[in-house]
Design a protein around this ligand. Structure first.
Ligand SMILES: Cc1cc2nc3c(=O)[nH]c(=O)nc-3n(C[C@H](O)[C@H](O)[C@H](O)COP(=O)(O)OP(=O)(O)OC[C@H]3O[C@@H](n4cnc5c(N)ncnc54)[C@H](O)[C@@H]3O)c2cc1C
Length: 378
């Protein structure tokens, strides 16, 4: 397990933090206010292969192992104050690009991975439906057989990147009788196969656009199936495992940034000639957050180690996700409290991050769902 970074890992971390500072952070306030996704920034990230961190170089990726990918994502979370952009990259990489690499056919990999890794294309992962919610495999997006493929009908909701997506990784019911046990299949579909809604306005992560994805008697050829028919449950479960660890790494990086910023603030902010860091109630909050960040890093490192070594990692991933997302939400609230009114001002990093953090206990499986999974393993 990676406790202490080696020279190459430090260089990787520094490269991404420096890139974020110089290329990604300018204008974040306006993008957040206007709910703008900036495709030029996406392409810049693609030039660094951020969208393909762990994809092998032969498919156009950066070729990192899972543990090094997590270090890179943590650096992105730390350096990039546009949390929506980091989240977009995470959703694209962890729930779309990696599943195509792991389960797609050679033709699909050659066709899609290079353009997904270099920032030419944007992907959305589409599984959630309004009726089934957290019980994802109770989906009603369903296929019927066509001559050389399938006819797809249904609507997916809350899909990150959907309004700007060139490609969707979609899960649909191909055999209702089998249900989750072999009746769900994954498909990789270009834009011509789906209709994406306008962006859905939301309270946080406003630079990551969210939308619905609809299929109306859409004919899709067999070649769009990912892996075997009925393989969707395993593919989606694995993709959530990668996503839970990868997004947690981004969040822990963001939290470390928020902590570093507030430490500067509490030393400078004086009330009655006293720095507020001298109030034990404030200092202890910061000590608690620092300790919990370290604990979160260890949970992430363990899950990443298990994944990299092909060991069972689902529960470790759920524990990392549960712990880090709850920490992100609660600690950003505590940090906001320390700033007083100056933190509540529109477009302060902490004000934005507080709104962004609120979603982290919802996506990629809510905290309650993570607890159900952890409990089931006991
Ligand atoms: C910012 C954001 C980005 C997202 N991106 C995507 C995406 O890219 N693709 C995609 O497909 N989806 C995406 N989602 C949707 C997300 O996966 C769902 O919101 C999530 O799975 C929960 O579903 P729901 O919102 O319908 O809540 P519900 O399932 O209706 O849950 C409501 C409440 O009930 C609780 N609950 C439900 N079932 C149980 C249970 N069995 N035990 C205990 N408690 C339970 C939940 O924890 C929650 O508190 C995104 C959501 C957000 C907020």
């Amino acid at each position: 397990m990676t406790y202490i970074l080696n020279k190459q890992q430090i260089a990787l971390r520094n490269e991404i933090i420096d890139f974020s500072h110089s290329e990604l952070n300018e204008g974040v306030e306006d993008r957040d206010r206007n709910e703008t996704f900036d495709r030029a920034l996406w392409k810049k990230c693609g030039d660094l292969k951020l969208q393909g961190l762990c994809i092998p170089e032969e498919y156009g990726g950066k070729g990192l192992g899972f543990e090094n990918m997590v270090i890179a994502l943590e650096a992105l979370g730390y350096g990039c104050t546009d949390n929506g952009l980091s989240f977009s990259i995470g959703a694209h990489l962890l729930a779309c690009t990696i599943p195509i690499w792991k389960y797609g056919s050679e033709i699909q990999k050659r066709e899609y991975l290079p353009i997904l890794c270099d920032g030419s294309w944007i992907a959305t992962n589409a599984i959630t439906e309004r009726k089934s919610g957290s019980d994802v495999f109770k989906m009603s997006t369903i296929t019927s057989k066509a001559k050389n493929g399938y006819i797809l009908n249904g609507e997916k909701c809350y899909c990150t990147n959907a309004p700007v997506a060139d490609l969707a990784v979609v899960y649909a019911m191909t055999n209702e009788q089998k249900g989750a046990l072999g009746g769900v299949s994954g498909f990789v579909l270009e834009k011509k196969y789906f209709e994406a809604s306008e962006k859905i306005e939301k309270m946080g992560l406003r630079t990551a656009l969210m939308g619905n994805v609809t299929f109306k008697n859409t004919e899709i050829p067999n070649s769009k199936l990912i892996g075997k028919e009925g393989g969707g449950t395993v593919q989606f479960t694995k993709s959530m495992m990668w996503e839970r660890v990868g997004l947690s790494a981004i969040h822990i990086g963001t939290l470390q940034r928020l902590l570093d910023e507030v430490v500067v603030f509490v030393k400078e902010r004086k009330i009655a000639n006293q720095s507020i860091i001298n109030h034990q109630s404030i200092g202890h909050k910061l000590a608690d957050i620092k300790t919990k960040i370290e604990a979160g890093k260890l949970l992430i490192a363990k899950a990443a180690f298990l994944i990299e070594n092909n060991l069972k990692a689902n529960i470790a991933a759920s524990m990392a996700k549960l712990y880090v997302s709850e920490l992100y939400k609660n600690a950003s609230s505590n940090i906001l409290q320390i700033y007083g009114a100056s933190g509540y001002i529109k477009n302060k990093d902490i004000a934005r991050s507080f709104r962004d953090a609120a979603a982290s206990t919802l996506y990629s499986g809510t905290s309650e769902i993570q607890k159900n999974l952890i409990l089931r393993s006991l």
